[in-house]
Design a protein around this ligand. Structure first.
Ligand code: DX5
Ligand code: ZN
Length: 225
């Protein structure tokens, strides 16, 4: 049974010089989630946004703000993104120890926020004890962290299905978010493999009509007729 699927525009593909206008624009399309990529040049080979950007856009966003922390030692910075108004704090399985992940989940929960755990394409889900940790989201990456506009790695689809099968056994089914190369050619397939949130950067912002591209993606994963 496939779930309702949310399309989360990735603001990495927007104009970094006018983020408030970009946020207001996508909000006017009726988005529910905004995906914000945070990179430190160490965990991922790029530099992007900090907590100051997140707090600046927060008043203009009704949407859920999903902060994807591609950072080494993400636990050192999580509180800054909580204060900035992020709703989801998503950290990489490759970047944090189990013990730090457990305390981070407590910190996030105490602040009324949600924890996501992200996996690079080559990282097995079994590197984290997900049924013990019970994060509110699992992010399966379908490109390597770093840049928008990379090619979708179809070989990761079995991991999407594995995540949805593994996690639907729990009472609470966490969100299953897919990030990297999502477009009209794979959105429906991802939905049918159990995805519930699809991040989309270039397939929205670099298209001729970004609003139409968002709406097309939304319709492609809409309720089955
Ligand atoms: C990649 C980022 C993605 C990126 C997605 O490291 O995590 O969120 O913005 O962009 P597209 O959809 O263009 O692959
Ligand atoms: Zn991302």
């Amino acid at each position: 049974v496939s779930r309702n699927v949310t399309i989360a525009p990735s603001m990495l593909s927007a104009d970094h010089g006018k983020m408030i206008e970009e946020v207001m624009k996508v909000e006017s399309w009726g988005v529910d989630w905004l995906h914000i990529d945070i990179m430190d040049g160490r965990f991922a080979p790029n530099l992007t946004f900090g907590p100051g950007m997140v707090s600046s856009i927060r008043p203009y966003a009704r949407s859920i703000i999903d902060c994807h922390l591609m950072l080494s030692e993400p636990e050192k910075f999580a509180s800054r993104f909580i204060e900035a108004g992020a709703d989801y704090i998503t950290v990489h399985a490759e970047a944090i120890r189990d013990s730090a992940l457990i305390s981070l989940h407590n910190e996030v929960r105490e602040n009324g926020k949600k924890l996501g755990v992200a996996f690079k394409p080559a990282t097995p889900l079994s590197t984290v004890d997900l049924s013990f940790l019970e994060p509110e989201m699992v992010l399966v990456m379908t490109v390597n962290p770093g840049f928008s506009g990379q090619k979708f790695m179809a070989e990761v689809i079995p991991k999407v299905r594995e995540a949805s099968e593994l996690l639907s056994k729990n009472d609470r089914s966490p969100e299953i978010e897919i990030d990297g190369g999502v477009d009209m050619s794979n959105a429906t397939l991802l939905k049918h493999n159990g995805a519930s949130v699809l991040v989309a950067g270039n397939s929205i912002f670099k298209s001729k009509d970004p609003e139409q591209a968002f709406k097309d993606l939304k319709r492609a994963v809409g309720p089955d007729i």
